[in-house]
Ligand binder design. Structure first.
Ligand code: FE2
Ligand code: FE2
Length: 326
């Protein structure tokens, strides 16, 4: 008898046959895609210092919570080694000579530009304690994450479908807030990152959709499992220097909620979007257990919405070591 794990590997191998067309459809060739320098003062140019001065002037307008969010978003992007290592370890992905590993490394190459551009912006802005940020980044990579998916590709693709959309939303909102402050350079950076996240989201969402065709019941159960246990944010272990693992995450999350960059409502909204994209109601041939999982999933957004009405976001700002005193 085939184990569930073996069936997963077979499904992964089937989808892998078309990996080149996915790469072509959802990722952009290196020479054609934007690079951080396109959005930052170019240090080879004579007007570099003037551009930096202008950048610093405009960054003075960024509020405390917005800066906290921008810093934490940057650190989350900078912890990319954790995500790449995690994905490379999935069942059905081998590190060499495998279509999936090609997907992951090409995706990683694109993602790497996000932390790069934001980090350079923050460094030039003069608004943050870069050394403290670097310490947090190093801690976060060292601490890793545990998103409760194990090596299961189904659960992981639910996770990445969800997360890419979550990062799309948050970068896009930061872009809007920056634009409101007249900071068009920062707005452009965040906007272009959001564009990448959306493309990535569409890709992972399509992988899940394909898996639903081949292995509907197990895919449904994986989606159920991830939603029931809740999506853990990649920066859940965020900490500042000399603090315990995870202590900074809630403060960051509160800041992001206060300014409406990423809220409980967004979480529910993403869930609903995934349910719609994967056309849960139309899926046929489910086992009894998977039918029950679908019922649960279809009702979940409504249920969470009722709970979310009771959530109170703390208004007290935390003094981060990343930023100057409040
Ligand atoms: Fe990213
Ligand atoms: Fe992403």
């Amino acid at each position: 008898m085939k184990t569930l794990e073996n069936i997963r590997i077979e499904v992964m191998q089937t989808i892998e046959k078309n990996i080149d067309s996915f790469i072509e459809k959802y990722l952009i060739p290196v020479e054609k895609i934007w690079q951080p320098t396109d959005f930052l003062p170019n240090s080879q140019k004579d007007n570099f210092l003037e551009e930096v001065t202008a950048l610093r002037e405009l960054s003075k307008e960024l509020d405390y919570d917005l800066l906290v969010t921008l810093v934490a978003d940057t650190i989350t992007e900078e912890a990319l080694p954790t995500y790449e290592a995690w994905l490379m370890n999935l069942n059905g992905v081998q590190q060499q000579e495998n279509g999936w590993s090609k997907w992951i490394s090409t995706w990683t190459g694109e993602e790497n530009r996000h932390g790069d551009v934001l980090n350079k912006y923050l460094y030039l802005s003069g608004r943050v304690n870069m050394r403290e940020i670097e310490i947090t980044t190093q801690h976060l990579i060292k601490d890793g994450f545990d998103i409760g998916t194990g090596r299961d590709p189904y659960k992981n693709f639910v996770y990445t479908s969800f997360q890419e959309l979550a990062t799309y939303i948050s970068h896009n909102r930061v872009a809007k807030l920056a634009r409101k402050k007249g900071n068009f350079a920062l707005a452009k950076m965040c906007k272009v990152i959001a564009g990448d996240e959306m493309r990535h989201h569409k890709a992972y969402s399509e992988f899940v959709k394909k898996i639903f065709e081949y292995d509907p019941s197990e895919m449904m159960l994986a989606f159920y499992y991830m939603m029931k246990n809740k999506i853990v944010m990649p920066a859940v272990f965020l900490r500042e220097s000399n603090e315990k693992k995870g202590t900074a995450f809630t403060y960051f999350s509160d800041a992001a909620q206060r300014i409406g960059v990423y809220t409980a409502l967004d979480y529910i909204d993403i869930m609903q979007k995934l349910i719609n994209q994967w056309e849960l109601e139309k899926i046929r041939g489910l086992t009894e257990e998977a039918e029950r999982a679908r019922d649960y999933l279809l009702k979940l957004p409504e249920r969470m919405l009722r709970i979310s009405e009771r959530i109170v976001i703390p208004q007290q700002q935390h003094q981060f070591k990343w930023l100057n005193p409040l």
